[in-house]
Design a binder for this molecule. Sequence first.
Ligand code: UD1
Length: 422
Amino acid sequence: MAEHFAVNGGARLAGAVDVVGAKNSVLKLMAAALLAEGTTTLRNCPEILDVPLMADVLRSLGCTVTVKGDTVTIDVPAEPGAQADYRSVSKLRASVCVLGPLVARCRRAIVPLPGGDAIGSRPLDMHQAGLRKLGATTEIEHGRVVAQADELRGAQIWLDFPSVGATENILMAAVLADGTTVIDNAAREPEIVDLCTMLQQMGAKIDGVGTSTLSVLGVSGLQPAEHRVIGDRIVGATWAFAAAMTRGEVTVRGVDPHHIDLVLDKLRTAGADTVVGTEEFTVRMDQRPTAVDFVTLPFPGFATDLQPMAIALSAVAEGTSMITENVFEARFRFVDEMVRLGADARTDGHHAVVRGVDRLSSAPVWASDIRAGAGLVLAALCADGQTEVWDVEHIDRGYPRFVENLRGLGADIQRVEGEPNR
Ligand code: UD1
């Protein structure tokens, strides 16, 4: 049965909300467990659909996985399978991150290529080039990445772009390679730091963690670990935008505010007050936001995953904003749905120009991916009347307890079953 969110706009969000572990961290940490025989335990895991999907991918490789509340336990056999099951992988793009660990552990990997994505093309050329530098052969055969290596040797690798996924796959292969690997122009997202922290706990030798030059001295074996996943900065920042847009006051707990320094600075420029603690922060907005410009870039730049929230804020701000998307070329597609809510927005290539309006107006809209869906809900919170947001399974993939969290802050939102009327 299809579901939608029915959102009645106009409520001011107030109160506190707890954020759990990051989706973009936990899936990679689950893959990293493959690097060591034995039982790895992950805590603070988000209860989102992608976690059981990743568990299925690992099961297809011979692991025993239990997902109980916020704890995921992965028991890895002495010889994991090298071929991931197509049905499991096709449901979850992030599952390509088993490629590096499998090459490292089994010296071969067969991973089906997931299909296209609503936010733009997501090639694996940098993942493959990095693995080749380490001595593996990799081909795309019958829709699968096939990688093989008699031995992996440390190498100097320069990435064309600081790709999160390529950095992770190369890193997870390099930790068991012979000698030293240097990954230059590496991504330095907090989720990569989290992965490095767990790998170090497993016995990996990594220098330069948190910088764009990672130096990895390969070791002959790793041990399983117990690890607490870092809080989800994208979810935390989504609530920060929601507070600013509804002229509310929201305290977000469970996220390191330094992971979203730039976001908080933008919101202050838009007129918000912020109070920053160690693992929490508060955003308060007393007036209509002032328009600000946003440019998406790899961390520590403004996250592309928050671009829909930037568009939503700009749609109700005083003045005109320019939003520049530098990471995923098709990520502006959802802007047409924003326009259905009354946003005055126009896109041209990498840029969107948004002229803020006094009030948005409700309409049925469709979420095309996780973050676009969240951005549409934020816009709906500021729209007159009842907005129906459809295809909410996308939102459920990235935001645990999305409706409950918003209701806890005073939003008028409900999950409703039924088919769309179109
Ligand atoms: C991850 C995140 C995603 C986030 C993105 C950028 C996960 C599960 N997903 O995705 O939420 O939006 O980082 O912060 O962690 N590229 C290539 N060749 C490659 C690899 C990437 O051209 O081999 C390009 C992509 O098309 C894109 C850019 O590099 O334009 C960035 O992609 P990347 O950082 O790899 O994103 P993901 O790891 O897929």
